[in-house]
Write a protein that binds this ligand. Structure first.
Ligand code: PHE
Ligand code: ZN
Length: 899
């Protein structure tokens, strides 16, 4: 009799401390696929041997939704059993190598989870990370089992002319019945999560390159036939990636052939399968007519990211999935550095840094303070797919960045070299990485503090750095006092102090000058910037010969992922905004001023209003009109902190109040700076021939922001000129950035011209799926004015172009509303939450991974004011009550509801 798992049985918790080495090693794998959408046959022939370090035991191979037809050991039948999805073989040879042959079938056309082998637009794709390979064949589906793969693909030649897998093509040819085959051999051992195959009607852009070392490589970008004109930027990004990794870290391309393939059905951004990266089309396809500057920048970053995984992730992989940040944090750090190094001007580097920190603070800080908080190296999970988080990725990258700060840029490169010398070809842990960086820099602060530093891997939560200063004019000394603390997180009540690298400086409170820093006890000033490495719960440092009252500039460049509490006066912040030599803190000062004013207005009695004072407005005007500052930097300064970021600063969150106050602030900026916005628009709207470089994209961003404010002011005054100009620009723009910014200005301000503009946009781009995603997302993310967004979203779900099975489309409508539009989502009538619950349940039946991401939209429900809190809790309970919920969604909602 078939035993079904009781729906109420809690799913198993996987714990890091339970790690044990595999009982068997798999040396070689030969996979032979007969590709058919309805029923694909997979013949898997492996050679295995026992791991001598582990007591003799049964072989347990993972499998999921497979139909098993045959199992042979050394060519003969054998006894086996199926236990909780695993294929269990008890009577295997005790000594030496043996061959195991497993024949299974699966149904790619029915695979809506997009894990394992699936069909998208009539082509075959695979996605195996983290545990998708078990949906293709029975295997030891864990990253510490690394094998040599040979893959033979067989398929109909007209339907699937292109047959790809990892490594090198060694054989191909025709078969009977109009079929053909291709055999691929991967020269590198790999864990099965890096396996990939692709089969379908695809075309490719190719480029041959010669590395510094003189080796020739073939680079290819595969797309659907109509998309060739959108592949140039991805190819350029790939070439830049190859060059950069060799130049900065001495890491060359280790393959003759490196392929990128785009698919429009993909759960994530992209995947680093060895030699055969599979990408969401969103991170490959771009030309000036269809993609914005942000898309171009994202493509560069993601192409780099996946390419850099070839070393950090593939050559050295993770011992187990708790070590995920070993590859992800490090590779995000590498792609961030890559994008910064490609910037021509130092100011563009600062802009990139600010953008990265903004992501960290609006997404990771809330995660770290909510029910899903987990350390960079988690201790347990139920569903690993839920741990591809901003903590693992972005906070993990900050941890690597702090290591670089503590050992210096060249010290870090030495650390990388030692890491590869020690561990190339193996599956290791986060400890191994940190140890290598420390050992390569024995005299560094990192080496001295390594054990304590590693608390960044084990303790969750965002540390708070409370700072105060004391200036003594008589002795000309300035003391900075620091106290660090970290709030409790689920399962971690008390925290030990972190190692916090605090980059800081002093700015003259009256002169605005960068003051020279002479540490007490040292004979002379070293420079005007100092790295203070904090290790205790409370510490102070004192500077001497401080000739005027200083304003402290703390955590320059965001040198650690912490919250800085300092009781700045407005005057001090205005000083930093105008004078701090550190562009990050200059931006930060403006954000603090805006945030403070927002919070005051939110807390005040009476209707929502803006209370930005004249000094702030005039400071913003000075930045906007500044003769030398970058347009991109100006755009960041003139953008108010997001509603989500404001909400994080409050103990009790009324999303409607936050939304109303922020909108009032935007209106005030729009009205009081009207002449300046006009100037800014006129001065930045012409940019010559389109190029997605940082300089001209900054100009377009600022012109876009200006247009948005001008339309907002027009809304209040009834003026028709600026909406008219926006419509004109929308029609005439020669690039998607300008066109979309103009459309957004009309849509967000709710102008009557938005309707014809949206209709025109749709008909212009009806055959461009990525552009349609923008069209859907803009409407679902539209500024709410009295509750009109939800009914519009419900209509969008009925639109003929909507398809919930396509993750990009589902994200563009459902996530844009539930996760990115707090002012529209949190409704007093609870209708937003009802919609959310409906969509989580609908998606869960199709694609649990995507559903679980949506489920996280209510993570912070306990902070909500009434009536929101109660209604959100009801919605969560309704989802949790569904008996056959996936592990993915169950883990998220039960953590949210736990007390
Ligand atoms: N490893 C991928 C990356 O970050 C992300 C990914 C995870 C993609 C799981 C698919 C599935 O580069
Ligand atoms: Zn990655």
């Amino acid at each position: 009799m078939l035993l079904l798992r009781d729906a109420n049985t809690p799913a198993a918790v996987i714990r890091r401390e339970d790690y044990s080495a595999p009982a068997f090693w798999i040396d070689t794998v030969h996979l032979c696929f007969d590709l058919d959408p309805a029923k694909t046959r997979v013949l898997n022939t492996m050679t295995l041997r026992r791991n001598p370090d582990v007591p003799a035991q049964a072989l347990r191979l993972d499998g999921d939704e497979l139909n098993l037809a045959r199992v042979l050991v050394n060519g003969a039948g054998t006894s086996f059993k199926l236990d909780a999805g695993q294929l269990v073989l008890e009577n295997l040879p005790l000594e030496g190598r043996f061959e195991l042959e497993i024949f299974t079938t699966c149904a790619p056309a029915k695979n809506t989870k997009l894990m394992g082998l699936y069909v998208s637009n009539d082509s075959f794709f695979t996605q195996c990370e983290a545990e998708g390979f078990r949906r293709i064949t029975y295997f030891l589906d864990r990253p510490d089992v690394m094998a040599s793969f040979t893959v033979t693909l067989r398929a109909d030649k007209t339907k699937y002319p292109v047959l790809l897998s990892n490594g090198n093509l060694t054989d191909s040819g025709a078969l009977d019945d109009g079929r053909h085959f291709a055999t691929w051999v991967d020269p590198h051992k790999k864990p099965c999560y890096l396996f990939a195959l692709v089969a379908g009607q695809l075309v490719c852009r190719e480029q041959r390159i010669t590395s510094r070392a003189g080796k020739d490589h073939l680079l290819q970008v595969y797309v659907r036939p109509g998309d060739m004109d959108k592949t140039e930027h991805a190819m350029t990004s790939l070439i830049n990636s190859v060059i950069w990794d060799e130049a900065r870290f001495g890491l060359p391309l280790d393959l003759e052939r490196f392929m990128i393939v785009a698919t429009s059905d993909f759960n994530m951004g992209a995947m680093e399968n060895k030699g055969l990266n599979v990408f969401n089309t969103k991170y490959v396809l771009a030309n000036q007519a269809t993609a914005t500057d942000v898309d171009f920048a994202n493509i560069e970053g993601v192409v780099g990211h996946e390419y850099f995984h070839n070393w950090t992730g593939n050559r050295i992989t993770c011992r187990d999935w708790f070590q995920l940040s070993l590859k992800e944090g490090l590779t995000v750090f590498r792609d961030q550095e890559f994008s910064m190094d490609l910037c021509a001007e130092p100011s563009a580097r600062a802009v990139k840094r600010i953008e990265d920190v903004r992501v960290l603070r609006t997404a990771q800080f809330p995660e770290d303070a909510g029910p899903m908080a987990h350390p960079v190296r988690p201790d347990s999970y139920i569903e690993i797919n839920n741990f591809y988080t901003v903590t693992i990725y972005e906070k993990g990258a900050e941890v690597v960045r702090m290591m670089q700060t503590l050992v210096g840029r060249s010290g870090f490169a030495k650390g990388m070299t030692l890491y590869f010398a020690r561990h190339d070809g193996s599956a290791v842990t986060c400890d191994d990485f940190a140890q290598a960086v420390a050992d390569a820099n024995p005299d560094s602060a990192l080496a001295k503090l390594l054990q304590q530093f590693k608390r960044w891997y084990s303790q969750a939560g965002t540390p708070r750095l409370t700072t105060s200063t004391h200036y003594d004019a008589a002795t000309q000394t300035c003391t900075l006092n620091f106290v660090q603390s970290c709030p409790a997180t689920p399962g971690q009540e008390a925290k030990e102090p972190f190692v916090i690298p605090v980059s800081l400086g002093l700015v003259g409170a009256s002169s605005g000058a960068a003051l020279p820093l002479q540490l007490q006890g040292s004979s002379a000033a070293a420079s005007d910037s100092h790295l203070f490495v904090m290790t205790q719960a409370a510490e102070s440092i004192t500077f001497e010969n401080v000739t005027e009252e200083p304003v402290p500039s703390i955590l320059r460049g965001f040198s650690a992922p912490v919250i800085v509490d300092f009781d700045y006066t407005d005057a001090q912040l205005l000083k930093l905004l105008a004078n701090d030599p550190d562009p990050f803190n200059r931006w930060e000062a403006g954000q603090r001023l805006a945030l403070r004013s927002a919070i005051q207005s939110i807390m005040a009695a009476g209707p929502a209003a803006s209370s930005l004072d004249a000094a702030f407005i005039s400071a913003m005007r000075s930045v906007l009109r500044h003769p030398t500052l970058d347009a991109a930097f100006k755009e960041l300064v003139l953008t108010l902190p997001s509603e989500t970021y404001i909400a994080e600063q409050l103990d009790v969150v009324d999303p409607q109040r936050i939304h109303a106050v922020r909108e009032a602030m935007r209106e005030q900026l729009a009205n009081e700076l009207a002449a300046d916005w006009q100037w800014a628009f006129e001065a930045h709207c012409q940019n010559g021939g389109y190029r997605p470089d940082t300089l001209s994209s900054g100009r377009r961003a600022l012109a876009g922001l200006a247009l948005n404010y001008l339309c907002l002011a027009a809304r209040a005054s009834g003026d028709a000129v600026w909406p008219g100009r926006a419509y004109q620009r929308f029609k005439d723009a020669d690039n998607m950035t300008d066109r979309f910014n103009a459309l957004s200005a009309l849509v967000h301000t709710g102008h009557a011209l938005a309707t014809p503009a949206l209709a025109r946009f749709h008909s212009l781009f009806k055959s461009e799926e990525l552009v349609l995603d923008k069209w859907f997302a803009l409407q679902a993310g539209c500024t709410d004015r009295g509750g009109q967004v939800l009914p519009a979203v419900r209509q969008l779900l009925k639109h003929p172009d909507f398809n919930i099975r396509n993750p990009n489309r589902a994200r563009s409508v459902i996530f844009s509303y539930c996760s990115a539009n707090p002012g529209a989502f949190h409704r007093a009538d609870a209708a937003g939450y009802v919609f959310w619950a409906d969509q989580v349940l609908a998606l869960d039946a199709i694609n649990p991974q995507v559903a679980a991401r949506l489920a996280r939209a209510l993570d912070r429900w306990k902070k909500l004011a009434e009536p929101y809190q109660h209604a959100a809790c009801e919605a969560l309970k309704r989802v949790a009550a569904k008996p056959d919920l996936s592990n993915d969604v169950r883990e998220v909602v039960s953590r949210a509801l736990a007390d």
